[in-house]
Design a protein. Structure first.
Length: 453
């Protein structure tokens, strides 16, 4: 079966035919580096990692580009708030991001360009846009004139009024039309900037992706991915800039967008106090479990992160790893066809995961040692398409006992209370529970301390 992907541009599932079958080219909007990334940020990177793995299994060569936005007003604000040099802030938080991506089991992209290293390419594009009459300069700003590009809105399918009502459009004196968006803006004192024909300034966010994708993937390429929240205005603006610059029918052919993530049924926000970073989660949970939960819903559906989904994910992974435990793996194994079929049907990861469980059921039914080993090998190979089940099962079960500090401290407190009440049986029970989780308690003159076994 060929690969089918849902294209946001046409609102339908389409058979995917690459422009060059010897080099499938795809671009995913990367992270803006100024703090730890939250779990909502993790979803597209895990989803598109599965796409990357799938394409690599189906085609001889893939070029996957995911940028890093290291110049942005949020970065400038964070650096001022922290009293930290911009470069040190972006380097530090880029490292956090790479650690998070590793923890989630994502393969690195082939090219991970930094926006600040591509300002020259952005300036060239902006110049062409001005020359072609799609952009204009005003008060040190360069703006893209939305009216000059009649196809604007083809991805989000919103008309002019709907877009203006969306309130994401900022009115400013230097704009001819409120909808026009910034390609270049002036940088004041102590704000990073570059010399340009329009004065000392810095690029707008949207032009970054147009410039970097065309540099590494060409004026036309196969797939562009990102979260649904990027459809408008970011991706709409990318299309306008790139097609205005390179001509109609250029830029990405297939647009993929993942659904949004909520935490306990609510949109994540710092003010609601439900803002969870990947880093915080990984202190409590194995990276593979976080990955698994993110893949447990279809990527276009919303996904709620809650205790129940994490619990189910853990049980599911336990069953899968348990099937691999103690099995001698065969050298040769093929993917289980239903796993492949599910992934080829617009990355249906929940169906692919149930197909993995089907292999486990077959394995449990089998009484032949050799057949069990063959099925375990099929399981491991099939799961590799999803970036799952690649660690030693014993590691997984050891990792499972990871327990966070807050829980340990509250259990120590419970034990102390029990001891004060001379309820030594309960105190011992708490100690043994922690010991099972690999935590050793030591009672000293200054109270109880703990250490990992
Ligand atoms: Zn982008």
């Amino acid at each position: 079966m060929p690969l089918f992907l849902y294209n946001t541009l046409t609102r339908q599932k389409e058979a995917f035919i690459p422009l060059d079958e010897n080099n499938v080219r795809f671009y995913v909007c990367g992270v803006t580096v100024y703090d730890y990334a939250h779990i909502g940020n993790a979803r597209p990177y895990v989803v598109f990692d599965v796409l990357n793995r799938l394409l690599r299994n189906l085609f001889p060569h893939v070029t996957y580009v995911r940028n890093i936005t290291d110049i942005d007003d949020k970065i400038i604000k964070a650096s001022q708030d922290n009293g930290e040099e911009i470069h040190s802030l972006t380097q530090r938080t880029t490292c956090y991001f790479q650690e998070d991506m590793n923890a989630l089991g994502n393969l690195p992209p082939d090219i991970e360009p930094l926006a600040t290293e591509h300002v020259t390419e952005m300036k060239v594009m902006i110049r062409v846009l001005i020359e072609k009459g799609f952009a204009y300069e005003n008060e040190g700003h360069v703006l893209f004139s939305v009216k000059s590009f009649p196809e604007y809105g083809s991805l989000s399918r919103c008309n002019h009024e709907e877009r203006l009502a969306g309130a994401r459009v900022e009115v400013a004196p230097y704009k001819r039309d409120p909808e026009d968006f910034i390609l270049w803006k002036p940088s004041g004192e102590n704000i990073p900037g570059w010399e340009s024909p329009w004065g000392f300034g810095r690029p707008g966010w949207h032009i970054e992706c147009s410039a970097m994708s065309s540099k590494y993937l060409g004026e036309s390429f196969d797939i562009h991915g990102g979260g649904q929240d990027l459809i408008f205005p970011h991706h709409e603006n990318e299309i306008a800039q790139s097609q205005a610059c390179f001509g109609p029918q250029t830029f990405a052919r297939t647009w993929l967008h993942n659904g949004m993530l909520t935490v306990n049924g609510e949109k994540m926000s710092k003010s609601l106090g439900n803002f969870v970073t990947i880093h915080q989660l990984h202190e409590k949970l194995p990276g593979e479990l976080i990955r698994f939960v993110l893949l447990s819903s279809h990527y276009r559906q919303p996904l709620d992160w809650n205790e129940q989904t994490v619990f189910q994910g853990r049980q599911s992974l336990d069953r899968l790893y348990n099937a691999l435990r103690g099995q001698e793996l065969k050298e040769k194994a093929e993917i289980f066809e239903p796993v492949k079929t599910a992934l080829e049907d617009d990355l249906n990861t929940p169906l692919a995961i149930s197909a993995l469980h089907e292999i486990v059921s077959l394995l449990h039914k089998s009484s032949s040692k050799s057949e069990k080993e063959q099925l375990a090998s099929t399981l491991k190979v099939s799961a590799s398409w999803l970036g799952l089940l690649q660690q030693d099962p014993e590691n997984w079960f050891k990792g499972k006992t990871r327990i966070d500090e807050t829980t340990i401290l509250s259990l120590i407190e419970a034990r102390n209370r029990a001891r004060v009440q001379k309820n030594f049986a309960e105190a011992d029970q708490v100690r043994n529970e922690l010991l099972k989780a690999g935590i050793i308690l030591e009672d000293g003159p200054h109270g109880t301390s703990w250490r990992q076994q």
